[in-house]
Design a protein around this ligand. Structure first.
Ligand code: G6P
Length: 608
């Protein structure tokens, strides 16, 4: 099974066919990943031809004449905005000042603002708001002091921090294309007298099934009948083997996974890294803008509402602020008279288009509140209403049930709470540093959690006929219980309830009988012993208890113990939700449901 795929789509071609035809087809094959703009560069006779814009590929092809572009080498791109709104100038390819270098990019350059400032100082002029354009100018700058293009490229790339996959074309070298991979996927397609490169195999699968996967920190130089892969830092050649892909096109779109949801669950380590990279430089500024607000109200719906609940715990524990969390659908009716210019409203929304959340934001604005949005879709309505925006950088999410967008929301909220605590001085620097270090490790912790996949599938087989599930948690584990129950309801159609474990005795315990599954979120921390008592309560009523935690003690009290890695309690919501996503996924599939398209539900609820 291939590694995960992500945000934008890249397709490059060099061979004997009209490049534009191969590229347009490739771009269409990448459409399923989601995009807001697209563009193509081709080269003929030492001149670059570039066409790009915001919109659908078919429309752009017709409007701009993609299929009339000359040349037998070129690169295409579908963009899903991360820096700069979707529009024509921000679409890729981006070029340097001379117009001799054009490139497309997938990923996030963390230090682009600093590099852009430096390059502006050296007289470069920029045509877009993208982080991508910075790379073209940086290569142009390095070319001045390098003996050849490849050396300039390597020097420039060494200065970039972040994740990137790049496709680069240079007029000075008419027989080749460059492709770079660092924490964003890229794969070469080896044809007969023609070579391809793409961020995802379906883009060229129609022409060849012989592929070479690039690894992080490697780049490839391709010509029509050769390819060389080298290390970015040393330039040393890396031997690569050619693999034959036996996937169908449909399987390839899902990177070999049977469903988008499963693919997106597995994408979480990368998505979390991007959320960190994408916000590291701006989080301080945002935190400074909101540090003085004491009346903080989170508004959100669905999974985003659960992220807001986690946000509340983070703000309380770290920044000693006590926010209110309100469902956006209720906010308008309850808070109208309580909002003023001393209020901060934090709206969390993956799509940025949820009608209730937008209505809450508009009301908050009207009443003079400051509005911060935590959003995944760049340029969405929420970002236009908000005063401030933090992006989650999860990439497009196709499965209706939110997975990677949730863990990236949690990542961003954790970063924000840490920075607020630092500014306000409510936690020691040592504690905050440790949390930051642990946050950087969460992608690895999620990888570990993903290893339970096989065991969770078996568990799902044993529980597939259960009628009801209960999920219990305390403190910051409570929203995880809610989210676990929501995932199960959404896609498996099994009735599930998420409960604060303390509430168990006050009603729900009456529903626990022989064999009823109870999923307990029980990390070590403040409430661990209490959770153990709650598990025992459920066991005494012969519940079938599945416990998630890091303490071996759980092995004795629970029927099934899912061993989780040790991590600060405040960060547990990120890895702990992963087994719950997988359990819901397997139950849905075993029960014959399509987890990507649950009945009666929509990815984005744009009506109230
Ligand atoms: C729908 C989706 C959920 C999502 C919720 C809020 O119900 O099915 O997965 O959590 O909307 O969406 P938002 O885009 O605002 O996060």
């Amino acid at each position: 099974m291939g590694k995960v795929v992500d945000v934008c789509g890249i397709i490059g071609y060099i061979g004997d066919r009209p490049a534009c035809e191969v590229i347009v087809k490739g771009l269409k094959r990448l459409e399923y990943r989601g995009y807001d703009s697209a563009g193509i560069v081709t080269e003929e006779g030492g001149r670059l031809y570039i066409k790009k814009g915001a919109g659908r590929i078919d429309e752009l092809a017709e409007k701009l004449g993609f299929l009339e572009m000359p040349g037998k080498r070129g690169i295409g791109h579908t963009r899903w905005a991360t820096h700069g709104v979707p529009n024509d100038s921000n679409a890729h390819p981006q070029t340097d000042c001379s117009g001799e270098i054009a490139l497309v990019h997938n990923g996030i350059i963390e230090n682009f603002a600093e590099l852009r400032g430096e390059l502006l100082g050296k007289g470069h002029t920029f045509k877009s708001d993208t982080d991508t354009e910075t790379i073209a100018h940086l290569i142009e700058e390095e070319l001045k002091s390098s003996s050849n293009f490849e050396e300039a490229l390597r020097k420039a790339l060494k200065r970039l921090k972040g994740s990137f996959a790049l496709g680069i074309i240079y007029t000075g070298e008419p027989d080749r294309l460059y492709f770079v991979r660092n924490e964003s996927p890229l794969v070469l397609g080896i044809g007969d007298g023609e070579t391809f490169a793409a961020s995802d195999i379906p883009a060229f699968l129609e022409y060849t099934n012989r592929v070479v996967f690039l690894d992080d920190g490697e780049y490839a130089v391709i010509t029509m009948d050769s390819y060389v892969v080298k290390k970015l830092d040393t330039g040393e050649v890396v031997e690569k083997s050619v693999q034959e892909i036996t996937w169908t096109l449909e399987m390839a779109e899902k990177a070999g996974y049977p469903h988008f949801m499963l693919k997106e669950i597995h994408e979480q380590p990368r998505a979390i890294k991007d959320a960190i990279h994408g916000n590291r430089e701006i989080i301080r500024g945002i935190a400074e803008e909101i540090a003085n607000y004491d009346r903080i109200i989170f508004v959100a719906m669905g999974t985003s509402y659960h992220a807001a609940l986690v946000g509340k715990y983070l703000f309380q524990r770290l920044a000693k602020k006590v926010p209110i969390v309100e469902e956006a659908s209720e906010f308008r009716y309850e808070f109208e008279d309580l909002i003023d210019d001393r209020t901060l409203v934090i709206a969390i929304t993956q799509s940025g288009e949820t009608a209730d959340t937008l209505a809450a934001m508009k009301l908050a604005k009207k009443k003079g509140a400051k509005v911060l949005a935590v959003v995944n879709v760049v340029g969405s309505m929420a970002t236009r209403i908000a005063d401030l925006t933090l992006y989650t950088h999860a990439g497009p999410e196709i499965g209706v049930a939110a997975t990677k967008t949730y863990t990236t929301q949690l990542t961003v909220l954790t970063m924000l709470a840490i920075e607020l605590a630092r500014i306000i001085g409510t936690a020691s620097e040592e504690h905050l540093r440790r949390l930051e270090e642990e946050l950087i490790r969460t992608p690895e912790l999620v990888e570990l959690a993903l290893k339970h996949d096989g065991a969770l599938r078996e568990l799902a087989e044993a529980l597939m006929d259960s009628r009801d599930f209960f999920y219990i948690g305390r403190g910051v584990g409570f929203p995880t219980a809610l989210e676990g129950a929501l995932k199960l309801k959404e896609i498996s159609y099994i009735h599930a309830e998420g409960l604060s474990a303390g509430e168990l005795k006050h009603g729900p315990l009456a529903l626990i009988e022989d064999g009823v599954p109870v999923v307990a979120i029980a990390p070590s921390g403040k409430t661990f012993e209490k959770m153990v008592s709650n598990i025992e309560e459920a066991k005494a009523r012969r519940a079938f208890v599945i416990a998630l935690g890091d303490s071996k003690k759980l092995e004795k009290v629970a029927d099934v113990f899912i061993q989780m890695p040790e991590v600060d309690e405040l960060l547990t919501p990120i890895p702990y939700v992963v087994p719950l996503q997988l359990l819901a996924y397997h139950l849905a599939v075993l029960r014959g449901n399509d987890p990507d398209k649950p009945r009666n539900l929509a990815k984005s609820v744009t009506v109230e």
